[in-house]
Design a protein around this ligand. Structure first.
Ligand SMILES: [Zn+2]
Ligand SMILES: [Zn+2]
Length: 316
């Protein structure tokens, strides 16, 4: 890091206050769970969401999986300092939805570098939080891009620990720029927004995502990864419930429930019901928990989304 970069980083700390003020009315609570001795699952919760961050506590540096939003990033930073963690030097982002990437304005201004896919970088530049910070020079997107698969190593207790970065084969999943992170030594797989714990998922159709690719990527995970894998969702339980550390079997069960709702919705259409009639009828009550508040997607939105996503030209 050169001195000019240090000066910019110092200025950014002040400039960021004005941006953070916008959301500082929302208090941040942080819940932290150890996934392994040096691997922390962090769930921030604010009025604007609870995107997961995973902290990898290396001997000389800390790496993060997902940047969170600026106000949560500041809280996570304080928590890490309090725990005696080494400085954050690398932030790997699962996808470019703003609740996972806008926090880069915090981390990059403090000297970390980003690791993302090219599709993510393109979308980040359009973020109303990141774009002004880029333009004013508060941050530079020092982003290292991942084309397909890649393994990075971080030292923990003197041992290099693999962090495997993988892309789904179908690039139209949650978005078109998604990245999974797998730590084989501790059987932790971070899937980002391919898992909304016990809720209907958001699928970023405006960001190149689609239902088919989303489900295909989940199936690839459940088929390819070992049973002992802990599958960490991009959105977990809500405070005050403790964050879940789901098994591969739980992930599979959630996927199966989604499929049962999709099959039910499409069968209603086949039986001649209109979208409004299907919404009015409502899903069988056993699926009610998937749209319980707090939630991301209410039942009506899920029904209409599935109808749109499964409408085939040959069904006209
Ligand atoms: Zn997302
Ligand atoms: Zn998200």
């Amino acid at each position: 890091m050169n001195t000019q970069w240090s000066a910019l980083a110092g200025m950014a700390g002040l400039a960021l206050l004005t941006q953070a003020d916008i959301v500082s009315a929302a208090p941040v609570t942080l819940d932290v769970v150890s996934l392994a001795p040096r691997v922390l699952l962090v769930r921030p919760e604010t009025q604007v969401g609870n995107p997961t961050t995973i902290a990898l506590l290396g001997d000389e540096e800390t790496w993060l999986l997902d940047a969170s939003i600026p106000v949560s990033a500041a809280a996570i930073d304080s928590m890490l300092v309090h725990r005696g963690a080494k400085p954050v030097t690398k932030v790997i982002t699962s996808h470019a939805h703003r609740d996972h990437t806008d926090g880069l304005v915090h981390w990059l201004a403090r000297g970390a570098s980003g690791v993302a896919t090219v599709e993510q970088v393109a979308r980040m530049k359009g973020s109303p939080v990141i774009a002004p910070a880029l333009e004013s020079g508060e941050i530079a997107l020092l982003t290292d891009t991942v084309a397909d698969t890649r393994t990075l190593q971080i030292e923990m207790d003197g041992v290099p620990v693999d962090v495997q970065l993988l892309r789904p084969k179908d690039r139209s999943g949650h978005t078109d720029g998604d990245l999974f992170a797998y730590l084989p030594s501790v059987s932790v797989l971070y899937v980002g927004d391919y898992y909304f714990f016990d809720r209907f998922p958001i699928i970023g159709v405006n960001e190149g995502g689609g239902l088919e690719g989303y489900l295909a990527a989940i199936d690839w995970i459940t088929n390819e990864f070992p049973e002992e894998t802990k599958v960490i969702p991009g959105h977990n339980t809500f405070a005050p419930t403790v964050p879940a550390v789901p098994s591969l079997a739980e992930f599979k069960a959630w996927r199966a429930d989604l499929q049962r709702t999709i099959d039910w919705i499409t069968s209603q259409r086949s039986a001649g019901l209109t979208a409004d009639a299907i919404v009015a009828k409502g899903l069988p009550s056993e699926f009610g928990r998937l749209s319980e508040k707090p939630r991301y997607v209410p039942e009506e939105r899920w029904i209409r989304f599935v109808l749109d996503a499964t409408a085939q030209p040959d069904q006209e």
